[in-house]
Design a protein around this ligand. Structure first.
Ligand code: 5AD
Ligand code: SF4
Length: 493
């Protein structure tokens, strides 16, 4: 039970427990298709505005789309201005300490706002709410927060909001164990790109990672539901769908009644008339030959695979419990490159894992040189309370960790630039996403391989596919010009 000094919340709140979160039973996951917002709540937000601030990964971004959908189904209007918001939700990330620091910093600012506007409803949700220590910290040190809920009960938002309005106490609802899958939640999607969850949770328990605790066990959505959602998005005119899961390669492993894998799902989605399909994130351990075969058929499957390696040293990989060796990873990369020679590979890397020696770090550098990633997300190891790695001796001086990160980033920049240089003079398909952030006469878009391209062009091309000739490759983006065959009249996809 929570021990809270000023107020006793223990009668209605059980803090999230990692021990409970780690219990992975065989019990069947139920799928609920009957979600609806009760009629009396459909006017709860009339004349009111909501603001959601999202931290972290695409899974969180997509959860925010679901919450926005629910808010708008209750009559709320969106706002980006804190001053005019009636409800502010922070959808938080727990992956590294600096993500959490940002949220606590923001809470500090919001305290002032809450004093000025006592009727403001202030909520904290997302991965931080699933952490054992965080909920207690908020309850004791940030008592102006009105509402805390976790990642497993997003669908309860309407009910919880109602409680926050009508109750005097902080409303706290966090389930240690994942619940069922709830289908048919409203979603607010914008633009031409959509995210689709294919599974929730993670069972990999990499020793540094908090996600298996905050997101619960692996639960796959039924493939009929995923396919129906992608079909509907195609019908609505979306141009690109990203399939989301913490470990998409484990899709379907939890089905008891049928054998249906991620490769099967991709094969079925390949038949849907939507121009581009992406997926994230892959785990190298479960990336099988069947999947490579399906991806090699291309069509709407883009030539980009994000394949987190984390380290290039087998002993560190073992300590991370990644369940593959350097050699196995390199074999997988070779297989993928044989099947899809122009594939673009990107990755995630952690430097400064407990005990990482200079030699072990050099193995990561040499692996990067060998694979030649086009880009990577790189991180300094951040201990997460309650994970096995947090109990390991974190013996690498901060300065050394920073130096390693800098060297790694320099190498990645050099390789990324060389890879982009090869595109000079080529013509590539670009999905135009909008005006460039710095110049309204310049448009920005992405290639199939997810490279950012800037080129001059009219706004009428936004949302369309065009052919762009690459004129000036840079390190993290590319400049180009509309190719002759993409004159505005022809660019009609
Ligand atoms: N410290 C640093 N980086 C981490 N990641 C996950 N947990 C940690 C941690 N404790 C990184 C991994 C993962 C990415 C999403 O975040 O590289 O792939
Ligand atoms: Fe975390 Fe590993 Fe699961 Fe990825 S696969 S979410 S790094 S535990």
């Amino acid at each position: 039970m929570a021990t809270v000094k000023e107020k006793d919340y223990s009668q209605y709140f059980q803090p999230p427990s990692y021990a409970d979160a780690k219990k992975r039973g065989k019990e069947d996951i139920k799928v609920h298709y009957d979600f609806s917002i009760p009629e009396e709540m459909q006017r709860l937000g009339a004349g009111k505005k909501y603001l959601i601030r999202t931290y972290g990964c695409q899974m969180n971004e997509h959860d925010s789309e679901t919450m926005k959908g629910m808010f708008e189904a209750m009559g709320y209007e969106p706002t980006e201005d804190k001053q005019e918001a009636d409800v502010i939700l922070l959808n938080t990330c727990a992956i590294r300490e600096n993500a959490e620091d940002k949220v606590f910093g923001e809470l500090g600012h919001l305290k002032t706002l809450k004093t000025q506007k006592p009727n403001l409803v202030l909520g904290v949700c997302g991965c931080m709410s699933q952490e054992e220590g965080v909920v207690n910290r908020i309850m004791t040190k940030h008592q102006f927060v009105d509402l805390i809920f976790g990642t497993h009960n997003i669908h309860r938002l309407p009910k919880l909001l109602q409680e926050a309005y009508f109750g005097k106490e902080m409303v706290v609802e966090v389930w240690s164990k994942e619940g069922d899958i709830v289908e048919n939640l409203p979603k607010k999607r914008e633009g031409m790109k959509a995210w689709v969850n294919i599974m929730y949770g993670c069972d990999k328990f990499c020793t540094y990672c908090i996600v298996p605790y905050t997101r619960g066990k692996e639960r796959s959505r039924r493939h009929e539901d995923v396919i129906a959602e992608v079909r509907e998005l195609a019908r609505q005119g979306f141009k690109e769908v990203t399939l989301l899961g913490q470990n998409v390669n484990a899709y379907g492993k939890d089905f008891e009644d049928i054998r249906y894998t991620f490769a099967d799902l991709m094969r079925d989605i390949q038949k849907i008339d939507i121009p581009r399909i992406r997926f994230t994130t892959s785990h190298p351990r479960d990336f099988d030959d069947h999947l490579i075969e399906v991806l090699a058929n291309r069509g709407n499957m883009v030539e980009h695979i994000h394949l987190p390696v984390q380290s290039g040293n087998t002993d560190i990989l073992k300590k991370m419990s990644r369940k593959y060796s350097r050699e196995h990873y390199l074999e997988l990369v070779a297989k993928i490159k044989r099947a899809i020679p122009d594939v673009v590979l990107t990755t995630d890397i952690i430097v400064g894992f407990p005990g990482e020696t200079d030699e072990q770090f050099e193995d990561t550098m040499s692996l990067v040189r060998e694979v030649r990633y086009d880009s990577a997300f790189t991180f300094i190891y951040s201990p997460r309370e309650g994970t096995p790695a947090a109990a390991m001796l974190d013996d690498i001086p901060e300065q050394l960790k920073k130096e390693r990160l800098l060297r790694l980033n320099d190498l990645l920049a050099e390789i990324g630039r060389e890879a982009n240089e090869k595109l000079r003079g080529q013509t590539v398909e670009v999905l135009v996403e909008g005006e460039s952030k710095t110049n309204p006469d310049v448009l920005s878009g992405r290639t199939r391989t997810n490279k950012l391209v800037h080129f001059p062009g009219p706004k009428s091309l936004i949302g369309k596919f065009v052919q762009v000739k690459i004129t000036e490759p840079m390190t993290w983006f590319i400049k180009g010009e509309l190719a002759a065959e993409s004159a505005p009249a022809a660019a009609n996809m």
